[in-house]
Design a protein around this ligand. Structure first.
Ligand code: B12
Length: 214
């Protein structure tokens, strides 16, 4: 079997929501020494994108999306130790979370994983995180960067709410704010006064690196 065929099986396992198959094929990819990042980007992520498309088109329903997410998470679990590797001296501290009312965490978790891989210390606040909790964490933990994820058009306004609360509490200048999630773009980031936006986890790492340079 070629690497491409294995990645196609990984992708299909996510589309079909087959956890066991996702595990089997990700393990096979690892055995065949396929770059774990490639398995993530060209196998698992491709699969979940197709799941989202099928949902949008009315072919899939919520339980199908949930099964796809579970299959993806199982695959990520196998890749994580290979990606994160050994602990290094912290390059900086980042707080991450998904906004209140939003339960999407796969993308955020990948960003967390990539930042850890790049040597950052990351405190993941989880999902459905109220604005006040973000602000409290900034006050208490003094991170250099706070990352806010939102996946629903109905929850992206929460990113703005968090920035406004940071301003109100006199903490805005203490921390760089970065935003992300499928519906987010640079224009939205500018509009709400965020310091940066990145469309995927690799770019998120570059963004944090650049922000901490200045
Ligand atoms: C999996 C999934 C779910 C799972 C989530 C499971 C989990 N544990 O996370 C479940 C089944 C729970 C779910 C529920 C719902 N979902 Co949903 N879901 C998805 C799906 C298919 C994939 C999301 C995902 O994981 N993508 C893969 C990751 C890798 O990509 P990502 O999240 O975009 O993250 C990357 C970047 O955005 C970026 N990034 C992410 N966060 C951050 C943060 C920072 C700071 C930075 C810099 C970068 C960054 O880096 C990441 C890695 O590269 C999307 C479809 C899609 N195309 O997004 C729909 C989607 C987001 N869901 C949708 C909907 C409608 C819902 C529900 C409302 C459905 C319902 N009727 O109940 C509920 C809402 C529940 C809630 N309150 O949150 C819609 C949203 C439409 C809209 N316009 O708002 C989508 C777009 C599907 C669709 N096409 O209609 N969902």
């Amino acid at each position: 079997m070629t690497g491409e065929e294995i990645l196609a099986e990984v992708m299909n396992a996510v589309i079909e929501g087959e956890e066991e198959l996702a595990e089997k094929w990700v393990q096979e990819a690892i055995n065949q020494q396929i770059d774990p990042l490639e398995v993530l980007n060209n196998g698992l992520t491709k699969g979940i994108e197709i799941v989202g498309k099928k949902f949008a088109d009315g072919y899939y329903f919520l339980p199908d999306m949930l099964l796809g997410a579970k299959a993806m998470e199982r695959g990520i679990g196998l890749l994580e130790p290979l990606l994160v590797g050994e602990k290094r001296k912290a390059a900086g501290k980042v707080i991450m979370g998904t906004v209140e009312g939003d339960l999407h965490e796969i993308g955020k978790n990948i960003v967390v994983m990539m930042l850890k891989t790049a040597g950052y210390q990351v405190n993941d606040l989880g999902v459905d995180v109220p604005a006040a909790r973000f602000v409290e964490a900034v006050r208490a933990e003094k991170p250099q960067v706070v990352g806010i994820s939102a996946l629903l058009t109905t929850t992206i306004a929460r990113q703005q709410e968090i920035i406004e609360l940071l301003i109100e509490e006199g903490l805005r200048k203490e921390v760089k704010v970065i935003v992300g999630g499928a519906p987010i773009n640079q224009r939205w980031a500018d509009e709400i006064g965020a310091d940066g936006y990145a469309e995927d986890a690799m770019r998120a790492v570059d963004l944090v690196r650049n922000l901490l340079k200045n």
